[in-house]
Ligand binder design. Sequence first.
Ligand code: DGL
Length: 269
Amino acid sequence: MNNAHRPIGIFDSGIGGLTVAQAIAQLLPKEDMIYFGDTAHLPYGDKSEAAIQAYSVKIADVLLKKGCKVIVIACNSASSAAYELLKEYVRMDAHIINVIDPMVAYVTKHFKDKQIGLIGTKRTVMSGVYTDRIKETQNNVQLKSLATPLLAPMIEEGFFNNQISHEIIGQYLSDSELLDIDALILACTHYPLIKKEINQFYNGKISILDSSEVVAQALKTHLETNSLINEQPESTKRFFVSDYTPSFEASTRLFFGEVVHLEQHRLWN
Ligand code: DGL
């Protein structure tokens, strides 16, 4: 099989990663796409590193069997827990892109000498991976991180743009850890859905950075550099979940901009 014609694999703990999938579909409309949401095991944000690694390897197997040329880890929690392991595991069979490195590259380029806030799951914040990666670049960016574990389940339940979500978001963003920041990284692929509310909290005075577009751009650059761009006229997209429920399917519209048909693919029988 010509490598350019192989699909792009994308995975997340659930349907939050569809925000990244949507940005990829918009930037690279001719690429075939296979999305995998591990709805049987979400949320990843509260899981141990070992558990997320085990799930990620299983999902990588599924995506490799389906011939993916690239695997995008569209989840910060999985990117922080399993990126290095997956690179080792997959080796030459596919290229792995995480959601953290493209954001670190963006922030260190555009926010030198600034204070940046970050919100994400416990797993992502506890891993310290953003701080470590930023330090490696030796750019003087100060990062202040806060775990905001209620936000992903709140969004999955469709609670945003209402009084409850305003309250919860307001409580978190008022934390002293996030005082005097020049920009805020949304280090969870669910959070683009509350970007407007976060922007309102700051009265539009600071930049709110979500990774979907920078990750899509990093993928495009990789495909171009390695002559892997698919030029076919029509593309196909398939969406798998490890545990199907009609409510997940209904929620896909919020994350992907349209309802998509979810197919069940269990990771363990
Ligand atoms: N979408 C996941 C992330 O970016 C968070 C949701 C979860 O906890 O599973 O970290």
